[in-house]
Design a protein around this ligand. Sequence first.
Ligand code: BDP
Length: 595
Amino acid sequence: MLKPKATATRELVSLNGLWKFAVDSGDLGEPWAGPLATKLEAPVPASYNDLFTDSAIRDHVGWVWYQRTARVPRGWAGERVFVRFDAATHEGVVYVDDVEVVRHEGGYLPFEADITDHVTAGAEFRLTVGVNNVLTPDTIPPGLVKELPGGRKQQGYMHDFYNYAGLHRSVQLYSAPATRVTDVTVVTDVEGSTGLVGYAVETSGEAAVRTTLRDEQGAVVATAVGAEGTLEVPDVRLWQPGAAYLYDLAVELVEGDAVVDEYALHVGVRTVEVRENRFLINGEPFYFTGFGKHEDIAVKGKGHDDAFLVHDFELIDWIGANSFRTSHYPYAEEVMDYADRHGIVVIDETAAVGLNSRISGGIADLMSAFGGASGEEGFGPKMAEAHRREIRELIARDKNHPSVVMWSIANEPDTMAEGTDDYFEPLFAYARELDPTRPVTFVNVMMAPPNVCRVSKFADVICINRYYGWYVDTGDLATAEVHLEAELRGWEQMYGKPMIMTEYGADTLPGLHSVWDQPWTEEFQANLLDMYHRVFDRVDSMVGEQVWNFADFQTSVGIFRVDGNKKGVFTRDRRPKAVAHSLRTRWTAIRDGRA
Ligand code: BDP
C-alpha cells in the first residue's frame, strides 16, 4: 500500500490537529449524522487515554468518536479524492457526512477510502471517525472484556504495554488521477558491482509505465519502460547498515507525451540472506545490536511524534546500536522511512502479541479470572484470519523498505501446546509467499525451550527472549550465566540456525544503587547485561542482541509494574541509566570494528 506523497500529479492536505472528541457511552445516537455533541477536543495524532483528567475516558472500553470538517481544495475537480488513516487503534470506521466510507480492523496499519463520489472540490464536508479499543479472543492482539458489577466494562489483555487507543498517526486527504499508480514493489539484488532493481507497478486504468532511477545527486542512472522490469545500476552504491544510500525511483504513467501520474519512492540496493548460522547483509555477516522498542511517550501515549523520532534515533546512534525490533506492532511509516535514510536495520513485527492462551498467566487464566466461556481461548480460525490480515497488510506497507531485513510474525506466542504448529505453519508459508526475499521469524518465549517449542522449526532465525537473572535465578547472576549458556547451546545444537536474543533486561529504578547484585539498582542492570554479553561472545551462532527495552514504558496496572515497565536503558523521558554507558562502550566497539 503506497504512502501518500505529493508529486507533480498528486496533492496532500494534512488533517492533523485538534478534532472534536467524544466517548460513546450509548448516548450519542448516530454521531456522524450531525455535529458531535461534545466540548472535548483531542489532538491527532495522539492516544486519547492520558489527555484528560477523567478516568471514565482513560478506562473507557468501546467506541470513541472524532470529528472535524475538511475542505477539498478547489483545484481537485476531476481528480480522485482519498482520505487516508495511518492508524486507528484498534478498529476504525469513517463517515463522510452521513455515508460510511471505510471500516478497518487492526490498530497499527493504514487504510484509506476513495471518497470522490461523496465530496465536491472547493466544498467542506464533515469527517467523523469511530475508533474502538476492544480486544477479544479473536483479535490481534487478543484480549477479553469483563463486565464489572454495575455494568462497567474492563479490558483485559495479555501483553505488557498499555492498551493506548485513538488516532495515533496522521490523517491525510490526498488527490490522485483516475489513471494512477496503485502499487509498486521493488526487489533488489547485486551482481558484481552492478545493482539490480527489479520493479513491478500496478495501475488503475490503462497507461504505459516509465521508470527512472536517480542517484542522490539527482543524476539518472537507469531507465526502463513497462509495468515490470529490472533497472541495472553500474558501480552501485549499496544501502549498508550505518551507511544508507538511497536512489530515487520515479514511476510515471504516460499517455502519448503526457505524464498522467507520477509516484516516487526511495530504493536502497541491498541483499539479505540467512546462510547456515549467519545472517548476511550484502553478503557480509551482520551482528544486530540495539533494542526492542515501543511507541510510547508521556501524554501522547502511542501518538507519533517527530521530535521523539529524531531524538530516539540520535540516542540509538549515540549508544552505537545498529538495529531495533518494532516490538510488538508495526510502527509509524515515518519511523521506517527514517530508518531507511539513516541506515538502521529493522526487524519488522506484526501486532500478534499475547497469543499465549495456554501459558500460565496468559489468556486461559485471564479467561477464568474474567469468567470467560470455554472455547474462547483463541488460536481459532477467526484469530488465524486476523493474523493473516496483519501479515498481509504489514508486508504490503513495508515491503520496499531497505531497513527491513526480517519479518517477525508474533511475539512470545504459546508454542508448547499441541496444535500451535498447525496454527503457525501456514502463517510462515503465507509470509514467504508474500515476500520470498526476506527471512521470516517469530519471537520465542522462555517457557518453550528448544526441545519443547513446536514452531521454531519454521523460523529462519531463532529469536528468543530470556530473563535469566530477572524472572528466574533472580539476583543470582552466576547461576543465571550457567543456565543461559546451557540453553543457547541447546538451541545451537538442535537447530544450527543464527540466533538473536531479542529481549533481555532488568527493571531498574534510576538513582537506586548498591554494591551487591541487587535487582532494581542501576548496577544490577549493567551487571546483568554484561553477563549476557559474556555468554553471547562464547556462543558462535549468536548474531544479535537487542536489549529490552530502549526506554521505560507504560503498562496496564499490576503489582509487577511500578508506573509501567522500567526495563528501559533510557527513562521514559529518554535520560540514560548507568547501563547506557556500558552498552555504549560495547556497541561502539562492535560498530567501529574494535570488538
Ligand atoms: C516479555 C514480553 C515483553 C515484556 C517483557 C517484560 O515480550 O513485552 O514487556 O517480557 O516482562 O515477555 O518486561
